[in-house]
Unconditional design. Structure first.
Length: 233
């Protein structure tokens, strides 16, 4: 652990709130289509559309909005009104304009670690939206580099930590998603620290790698600096 030189951080629901805005918009969408089915059915159809569309639109607000439009067309059998489509588009614009809400202990943790380690922001999602959120967060100066990627696989971490650090073996990834932030980083040979969020998207769920020598979990970012110091001893 004394060889650790680089720490990667996820952004959405690790540094700032994100999923809660998707949940709020989904509730609004379900209400719009309430006369066409039960809430659970509409949400389920939306999730299926999101799964189908990940390969076309990727992660983020734009893909979510397009999936809502597609679901509305399917559920209404092509009879969805222009007014409802307008409401869906308006909801997407509101999501894209929502102020950034950083999570507890983020700023002081990044400030404390940035002097001793290269910090790299590694996030999925729409380029424009992620750049907007980073700029509004005021956290950009703490990062040595920013990588906005289409997906997170072991090869992604191998490439990024080789480019901005000394390889995956001397790096750590910190994030809320077991599927995207933890498991592929471990596969790449990095350390991985899970910081759970109460509203992690169902498609980001995975089995916790309990017992893995390079895996740790903390309740929030507050203990991260102490964890890094402890492991380095």
């Amino acid at each position: 652990m004394g060889d650790l030189t680089t720490i990667g951080f996820d952004a959405d629901d690790t540094l700032w709130q994100n999923e809660q805005f998707f949940r709020m918009t989904e509730e609004r969408f379900v209400a719009l289509l309430g006369e066409h089915g039960e809430a659970a059915e509409i949400s389920g159809r939306l999730l299926e559309a999101e799964k189908r569309n990940l390969g076309f639109y990727g992660f983020g607000i734009k893909g979510f909005v397009l999936s809502m439009v597609e679901t509305a067309i399917e559920i209404t059998r092509g009879q969805v009104s222009a007014a409802v489509i307008g409401e869906i588009l308006a909801a997407g614009r509101e999501m894209a304009a929502h102020p950034v809400e950083t999570l507890p202990h983020v700023r002081e943790t990044l400030e404390a670690l940035s002097g001793d380690y290269r910090l790299v922001l590694i996030t999925k999602g729409d380029l424009f939206d992620q750049e907007r959120k980073l700029a509004q967060s005021g956290l950009g100066d703490f990062f040595h580099a920013v990588e906005i990627v289409s997906d997170k696989k072991a090869a992604t971490y191998e490439r990024i930590f080789a480019r901005h650090g000394d390889g995956a073996g001397r790096a750590m990834m910190v994030g809320n998603s077991l599927k995207s932030d933890i498991l592929p980083a471990l596969e790449a040979g990095s350390w991985a620290v899970h910081v759970p969020h109460e509203l992690t998207w169902v498609l980001e769920h995975a089995e916790e790698p309990v017992g893995h020598g390079r895996y740790r979990a903390i309740p929030h970012l507050g203990p991260l600096r102490g964890l890094v110091t402890q492991l380095a001893r």
